[in-house]
Structures are given as structure tokens and as C-alpha cells.
Design a protein around this ligand. Sequence first.
Ligand SMILES: NC(=O)c1ccc[n+]([C@@H]2O[C@H](COP(=O)([O-])OP(=O)(O)OC[C@H]3O[C@@H](n4cnc5c(N)ncnc54)[C@H](OP(=O)(O)O)[C@@H]3O)[C@@H](O)[C@H]2O)c1
Length: 326
Amino acid sequence: MDMRELGHSGIKVSPIALGTWAVGGGPWWGATDDDASVAAIHAALDNGVNLVDTAPTYYFGHSEEVVGRALEDRRDKAVLATKCGLPWDGDRGPVWYEQDGKTVRSCVEPASIRRELEQSLRRLRTDYVDLYQIHLPAQPPLLTPVADTMGELMKMKAEGKIRAIGVSNETAAGLAEWSAAGALDSCQNKYSMLVRDAEKEVLPACAANGIAFLGYQPFEQGLLTGKIRMDTPLDPSHFRSTIPWYKPENRARVIAMLDGWADLAEKHRCTTAQLVAAWTAAQPGMTAVLCGARRVKNALENAGAAALVLDASDLARMRADVESLS
Ligand SMILES: NC(=O)c1ccc[n+]([C@@H]2O[C@H](COP(=O)([O-])OP(=O)(O)OC[C@H]3O[C@@H](n4cnc5c(N)ncnc54)[C@H](OP(=O)(O)O)[C@@H]3O)[C@@H](O)[C@H]2O)c1
């Protein structure tokens, strides 16, 4: 796999990365099979993927625990990314959401992120995290000065507990603030073919400042793989049911667009998911595409997209189609 720089950290990451929100399971994803998730993580690592992204909030530590189990005997094969800033064991900061009797707050006070790091290291069965990211700095607004939080992250780095610092769900102005306060290496924001807001300011800001851009939810939680059809039953309590593209009138248009690329899939001998992942990885400023997977089949298929090189005309045709839709 052609590897890409993770900001200024000296760490190299695969353009197709593995996202593990679904590995956590919980009400937003439904039941998960931990053994299958471990096998999926191993399949990704064995097929060229090195960046594995998780977070404490991916069902109250469960995703981190499963990732920790999967990496225990192969920690050196992975660039392990996790997050902080949404604790559920404190009483500081505004409430972000409540689930299963737990209250998740937005808090990036130095003592709080320090406590979160120690908890994550335990769950991940490791003594360092490669990329430590502030999960949600922009909304609700942080009550802690950026310099205080960044100062603590820089201390963690000096101690060897983290190797690179990132933010997630951030604006271009926010990136400038974090960068002014310390060594910012990456920004993880939403980016899919259907939701390209990052193209306006954040992707150009990252490219101009050597900040890696990690695009999350590239498949709109499965819709852009082509596997979700008009008659696919959706559980209203699952997170994907909140995505407007799943409404029948929108879903029909997306499915028609994907079906219209059958000739491209045939030409490249690939699947729809691979076309979408490869297109996303080829966008200017994109460092890595966080493809979520909790099944071996999906992890293998997504890893395979890294080898797919789309022609300029394919890329342009797909862009014209998504722009006419969204
Ligand atoms: N920083 C943030 O705030 C934030 C927010 C969201 C996501 N993320 C990160 O980004 C990652 C990706 O986002 P996401 O997991 O929400 O959504 P996603 O990557 O758009 O979709 C993941 C889901 O799509 C299905 N899928 C994946 N590959 C497939 C394939 N080849 N064929 C058929 N179906 C396939 C699977 O559904 P099933 O498992 O149901 O089969 C999978 O769980 C997350 O895991 C997380 O690491 C970060």
C-alpha cells in the first residue's frame, strides 16, 4: 500500500484505514460478535492496513477493549488511534448525550484527559497510543483554554505515552488555534461522497499546513457500499437510521447512482465499496479514509481498495454524479 505521512509526526499510515465504532456495538449499531471483530481487525492488518481508529465512546470502552485484544500479540503492526474529551465518569463540562444510564460530557481539562488516557491504555492493553485525538472540540464549545489542553497533550508526548496529536470534528479556524498552541498532526472529520463539506475549508487548511486529514464515515454507514437496497430492513434505533440519505426518496437516488457505476466496477474488477473507497482516498488533501468494519469480508474488501487506481476520467465522472445528487 502506498503509505502517507501522518502530519509532521514521521508516522506513515495506509490510505485505507480501519474504523471500529461498530466494533463497540451498543444501541446505535446493534449486537456485535467480538470474535468476528477481532478476526476483522487481524484481516485488515494482514492486508496492508495499519491505521486502526477507535474511541472510548464507542460504546463505553467496548471498542477499545476489543481492539486491545486484537492487537495484544501484534501491537507493532498497528498505528493505533484513539480519542479523548467525552468522559462519562466525571461531572465537569456540558452534557453531550445520555445512554444506558450514563452521562457523556464534553471535557478537555488537563486532569480529565490524563485520566482518560490511562483508562484507554488499560483497555487497549498497551503503554502508548500512536495518535491521540480530541474527539469533539467545536461543539458544545470547550470550557478549557486550547493552550491548557494542548499543553497536557504535549506533556503526554514528551513522556512517550502518545506519539502524535490530533483533533476531530474541527473547523479551519480551530485547526489554526490548536496548531498555534502545539504540534498538531491530524484532523479527523466527516467526509463521504455525499457529504463533502470538508472540501470548503478544512481539507485545504490541512493540505496547506501539513496536517493529515482522516475522513470518517466514507460509506455513510453502509449505504455507499451498495448493499443497502430499498427493501433492506432498517432498525429505527440504529445510528444509520438518523442519516437523511437513508430516507426512501434519497436512498432511491443513491442506489440508482451506484448501480450506474456497474461498468466501472466491471472495468476495474472491483466492488462498489471499493470504487467508493478508492475515489474517496484519491481526493486532494485526503490522507486516510476510515472505513468502518466489524466483519472479515468487509475488512478484506475495503483493504483491497488501496490497490485500486481510478483513471482521471473515472474520478471526474463519479464526482459529476455525486455533485448532481448532493
Ligand atoms: N470522529 C468522529 O466523530 C467519528 C464519527 C463517526 C465515525 N468515526 C470513525 O470513522 C469510522 C468509519 O465510520 P462509520 O463506521 O460510522 O461508518 P462507515 O465507515 O461509513 O460504514 C461502516 C459500516 O458500513 C458497512 N460496511 C463497511 N464496509 C463494507 C463493505 N465492504 N461491504 C458492505 N458493507 C460494509 C458495515 O456495516 P455492518 O457492520 O452493519 O455490516 C460497517 O460497519 C468509524 O468506525 C470511526 O472509527 C469517527
